[in-house]
Design a protein around this ligand. Sequence first.
Ligand code: SF4
Length: 471
Amino acid sequence: MVEVLNARKQQVWEKGKDQYTLVCEKPSTAGSVSQRACVFCGSRVVLYPIADALHLIHGPIGCAAYTWELRGSLSSGPELHRLSFSTDLREQEVIYGGEKKLYTALSELIPVYKPKAAFVYGTCIIGLIGDDVAAVCRRVQKEQGIPVLPVHSEGFKGTKKDGYKAACEAAFTLMGKDQLSPVSPFSINILGEFNLAGETWIIKDYYHRMGIEVTACLTGDGRVAELGKAHRARLNVVQCAGSMTYLAKMMQETYGIPFIRVSYFGIEDMTKALYDVAEFFQDQRITHQTQELVREEVSRLLPRLGEYRKALEGKKAAVYVGGSFKAFSMVKALRHIGMETVVVGSQTGSPEDYEYLKEITHEGTIILDDTNPLELSGFILEKGADILIGGVKERPIAYKMGIGFCDHNHERKEALAGYAGMGNFAQEVYTSVSSPVWKYSPARQAAAAKAAQAAVPERAVTDRVEPGVPA
Ligand code: SF4
């Protein structure tokens, strides 16, 4: 029986058993040790891939260290985003204010690094001491002649989702500047795609082959100038709904650009993402080129997946990710390789997201909102998952439990989006699930010893430790 804190009881739901509506979108329960990141981290992950901007973290050094290189976002040009600048506030500034230090930092950094814009992230302590970050930004913007944007992301002031909003507001202020450069009538912006391990390039290639121009990608391999003309694209395609739906709505209200939600993970969702865009433009040539592309990519991928499916059939997975859109795709992608999702959850899912998860999962699946390590590991054990798919904070949980792990979060260095990414995902899941290393983990050895003591046939334990290997 997994222990769940009273205050969190309705954030845990089992399909086929629980009747209540899953509660979500609320601040984390005190003492629960949430897997969620703070508001500042939410902003940082969204804006981080803008590669020609200066990212200055106004606060103590820890906030900058904690988010340094936090995304595996690649750039085809400048790499200024990979540096983590901080005002490194100390006791003196906490008492007397940090505006002077912020002004000095910006005035020194901008002439040296020559960024196209600067983002200044406010952290917890800034909210407490009350620095007027916006005023300093306005002053430096005037003096240095580039956009200098405050990102109001004090860590304590909400959930990670509030950080996404603060980032969207900052990105939005860079739009509408470029009215002149040519934009195709078949143009889209990709919102919520962060070029982890080059995924933006994979997706852009698909659109290019369909005859679609990508005016701006927010924010993968992002450039300040691209944002300046994003308001002139015909359609916004939102991949990470949790982080970018807010921006898509702002752009719809201000510039009249409609948006659709897509996912680039797994065969079904990737294909749907391409067809939905083709359908929007209602152009025969685009439709035909999309069909050709899908046929070519899927026929190349399916035989490879078939091999992994033979080895993974009947295995079980637990999925815990930041946004629910990814969880949907994971459930479907795992089904393609013969695996059942027995535990699934997210940090920032909405009521609609969880309703959809309930629809697509099997009876007995545990759905978790804003979980903690104790609950997560308890349900993984209870449901007998062979692998955990999550991010950097979930990795140690899987390793301590002696089960496979697949990194599907923003630190990863392997492309998992698109058809090629689906092949990589299947390979990674197979490699991890079937690794012989897990039988040496203390957790597995303790479980084996306990099973032996209880006179459970040893064969059953061995079977779980060493999953099948393809012929
Ligand atoms: S919670 Fe506050 S102090 Fe901690 S990293 Fe976030 S902004 Fe910094």
